[in-house]
Design a protein around this ligand. Structure first.
Ligand code: G3H
Length: 497
């Protein structure tokens, strides 16, 4: 077990002697007597508001109203610090990957992908910043004014990532925020906290004191406390709109707060009558069940034209029956344990609610569970009034609703509180074209004959309505965590020469 006691504050490792909380894996192992036990992976410090205050003070000191070492450092030197950090964590890849797998139950293959994708993201961010900096360092002369346009930091950024991508999504805010010269307060997610332990020394040694400060403890106490200090300039949260709203409200001056938010979604797949069934089934399975459906980008509602519904549902259920369910380290596994029993209970609640209101679970074993292992369930027909119709299930339960008129499918998306992505499956270009323009005005990405997803990471990752605020991506995040500024002078006769 990894009993984490070190806290990184103001560039120093402090040893915590107070309360700690155990971390149990979602993975339950069978003991010799036949009982199932969730492995204790270790524990972490339950720091409180006093440590949060110390973290805020360290961040304020490091930023020093824009005069600090980090915000005034050259772009090249900041890049060198991030490269140093990256090299150090790459050296600990195996340890970090194993912690991702054990802490959140993500398959080993996907945990490796999460790590490698994060490193690629950092490298691409550095390349993008070099381009941005080259472009910015050129002077522009307009109407007698010489200007150097810059991208300047915003101040103190509070970063919080989600449990489903505890490393990758955290780093898609933390790295661009840092590299642009902001200082960071970072609260690791509840599931996915120990994996930061092998990175602590890299954070300490690669960056100036106070540029990054890590806070632990009870999120519902510590994080609003940090926000209420009024010192946070940017809230970078990948989480829920409920938490985002609470945290924004805790800030005494919301007009001084920028938010970069990745929130919930209810992405729909719209299957038209002429869709290629093989491709649609394949994409809908990957879209709805990768990492057990625990992705903000997952397909969380399937709207299928009634002319093709039987055929689709039969093939979809059959193919789901072939998926491997098991432990995250098993080769070829798709369905792995959910993070906690409460999640299993919520999946059951969604199914029971739909069944009580007239729907059925179509696939064999759908909804069966052993501890945190939950067998995916295809629920049909899902209607307005059922939980699954609008709630983001964030798990392996797939609601399917039939439609007759294409406008009904469009209306579903238009009347949703969410607006991240949609997938359209079909082959008739006229029908697809009819849907694309209105849909792209409702969501931020329309996928044609492909599942909803975030990558390639260079493309904008955003959402409308309750799904997001600001834009992430290798390209956009550097802009989201900075402000366009300029240094200007009047052109003189001497400078004209
Ligand atoms: O949970 C939301 C993630 O940003 C999803 O990313 O589509 O690459 O799995 P992904």
């Amino acid at each position: 077990p990894l009993h984490q006691r070190a806290i990184l504050l103001n560039g120093e490792m402090q040893i915590w002697k107070g309360e700690t909380r155990p971390v149990h894996s979602p993975v339950a192992l069978r003991a010799a007597d036949g009982s199932l036990t969730h492995v204790e992976l270790g524990s972490f410090p339950v720091t409180g508001t006093a440590e949060a205050d110390a973290a805020i003070a360290a961040a304020v000191k490091a930023y020093d109203n824009g005069r600090g070492q980090w915000p005034t450092m050259s772009v090249a030197d900041r890049i060198a610090c991030v490269e140093n950090f990256t090299n150090q964590i790459v050296a600990r890849r195996r340890e970090i990957v194993n912690l991702i797998m054990w802490e959140i139950g993500k398959s080993l293959a996907d945990s490796e992908k999460e790590f490698d994708r994060t490193i690629d993201y950092i490298k691409a961010t550095i390349a993008e910043l070099k381009n941005l900096d080259n472009a910015n360092s050129r002077f522009q002369i307009v109407d007698g004014t010489i200007a150097q346009i810059r991208r300047s930091p915003l101040g103190i950024v509070l970063c919080m990532g989600p449990y489903n991508y505890p490393m990758n999504e955290t780093f898609t805010t933390l790295i661009p925020a840092l590299i642009m010269g902001n200082v960071v307060l970072f609260k690791p997610p509840r599931f996915g906290v120990l994996l930061y332990y092998p990175m602590l020394e890299a954070f300490r040694s690669a960056f100036p004191a106070g540029a990054i400060n890590i806070v632990y403890g009870q999120g519902s106490v510590v994080v609003p406390h940090i926000m209420s200090s009024g010192k946070v300039n940017v809230l970078a949260l990948i989480g829920t709109s409920k938490v985002a709203d609470q945290l924004k409200k805790a800030h005494p001056k919301t007009n001084r707060l920028r938010a970069v938010l990745g929130l919930e979604a209810k992405n729909a797949a719209i299957i038209l009558p002429d869709a290629d069934i093989d491709l649609t089934v394949k994409e809908c399975i990957a879209g709805s069940l990768s990492f057990n459906g625990q992705r903000c980008t997952a397909i969380k509602m399937i709207l299928v034209h009634q002319a093709i519904a039987d055929q689709f549902l039969r093939r979809f259920s059959e193919e789901i029956g072939k998926l491997k369910i098991g432990m995250p380290w098993e080769k070829g596994v798709t369905i792995t344990p959910l993070p906690e029993m409460a999640k299993v209970a919520y999946m059951n609640e969604c199914i029971e609610d739909a069944v009580a209101k007239g729907a059925k679970v179509l696939n064999e074993n759908g909804g069966a569970s052993v501890e945190t292992l939950f067998y995916p369930a295809v629920v049909f027909p899902v209607k307005d009034g059922m939980k699954l119709y609008r709630e983001e299930q964030f798990g392996p339960v797939i609601p399917v609703a039939p439609f007759e008129d294409i406008e009904t499918a469009l209306d579903y998306v238009i009347s949703s509180d969410h607006g991240q992505q949609v997938s359209i499956f079909g082959t008739d270009p006229d029908q697809i074209a009819h849907l694309v323009d209105p849909l792209v005005n409702q969501v931020c990405r329309v996928n044609l004959n492909a599942q909803c997803q975030r990558s390639p990471d260079v493309f904008p990752f955003a959402g409308r309505k309750d799904s997001a605020e600001g834009t992430l991506s290798v390209h956009d995040a550097l802009r989201s965590f900075s402000i366009r500024t300029m240094v200007a002078a009047k052109q003189t006769e001497a400078s004209k020469k």
